[in-house]
Design a protein around this ligand. Structure first.
Ligand code: F6P
Length: 319
């Protein structure tokens, strides 16, 4: 394989640039040509493709977002859209493609692989919701952004003796909420993987109040429901001075953490190795600190697993 392409797709995540850099540098190291595909699958269909050199990825390892931009394309899901993409791949002589993104992006990669274009997926999403890898690129940075925000909320929560509901991202996964809750000593963590026990949340708040606690933090994963509504329910049930913060897209930005930069570098480089080895339709991941790869679609049939021991521990520590 002499010519490969790389694109980022779906919601961006900190560390995607470090992964792009690793793909480009590793491919050039192996005397291959690399093409950057801009705006994800949408840009692929439109031929928004440029050759990348060593310098194209200089000074980006520390930058959040993605220099290749990202998009969610409805057209690419159609047969016609995929044909358009293949026309462009042929035009540029691209023989293999590395797709950095989440499960939606991997489904696109599988479609192209089935049509004869070997694709390798690199998991990049803050949600940490991809089976077959312990961590996705961007999760650690987003987690630290949440921790930083909650530390600040805690200051004002204490000053005013308030209860805060903090809604965090994660789509249908509770990883960000669970890790942030444990890292922040939250009173309660609400995640989609566990039934929501409202009475337990209220009892804990009341126990804390009786003990003279100055503030309480409840972390709600967006997959559980709406933070504003949850805050209102707490207000109604307790009469506590309650505020709600929806952290939103600040969780997706910022300079990637050291962990995410290293993870992205390892996974991006491994993806190039797989193409060189003639593999197709695989997803790279990290499990127990070892690089692994899995069939890109088979792995998505497995449920995403969250470590419920951490949930138990958090409850034990926030009695
Ligand atoms: O998948 C990443 C993510 O940030 C989710 O946590 C969130 O639900 C979603 O994307 C938000 O998507 P958008 O940026 O399209 O609003």
């Amino acid at each position: 394989m002499k010519r490969i392409g790389v694109l980022t797709s779906g919601g961006d995540s900190p560390g995607m640039n470090a992964a792009v850099r690793a793909v480009v540098r590793k491919a050039i190291f192996h005397d291959m040509e690399v093409f950057g595909i801009y705006n994800g699958y949408q840009g692929l269909m439109e031929g928004n493709i440029k050759k990348m050199e060593l310098g194209s990825v200089g000074d980006i390892i520390q930058r959040g977002g993605t220099i290749l931009y990202s998009a969610r394309s409805e057209e690419f899901k159609t047969e016609q859209g995929q044909e358009k993409a293949i026309e462009q791949l042929n035009k540029f002589g691209i023989e293999g493609l590395i797709v950095i993104g989440g499960d939606g992006s991997f489904r696109g990669a599988e479609k192209l692989t089935k049509k004869g274009y070997p694709c390798i997926g690199v998991p990049g999403t803050i949600d940490n919701d991809i089976p077959g890898t312990d961590y996705t690129i961007g999760f650690d940075t987003a987690l630290n952004t949440i921790i930083d925000a909650i530390d600040k909320i805690r200051d004002t929560a204490t000053s005013h003796e308030r209860t805060y509901v903090v809604e965090v991202m994660g789509r249908n996964a509770g990883d960000l909420a669970l890790w942030a809750g444990l890292a922040d000593g939250a009173e309660s963590i609400l995640i989609p993987e566990r039934p929501d026990d409202f009475e337990d949340v209220i009892n804990k708040l009341k126990r804390g109040q009786a003990r003279g606690k100055k503030h309480s933090i409840i972390i709600l994963a967006e997959g559980v429901g709406n933070g504003m509504e949850y805050g209102q329910r707490i207000k109604d049930a307790t009469d506590m001075d309650t505020r709600v913060t929806v952290l939103g897209h600040i969780q997706r930005g910022g300079s990637p953490s050291g962990f995410d930069r290293v993870l992205a570098s390892r996974l991006g480089a491994r993806a190039v190795d797989l193409l060189i080895e003639g593999k197709a339709g695989r997803m790279v991941g990290i499990q127990q600190n070892k690089l692994v790869d899995h069939d890109i679609i088979e792995i998505l049939t497995h449920p995403h697993e969250i470590d419920l021991n951490m949930y138990k521990l958090s409850n034990e520590l926030s009695i």
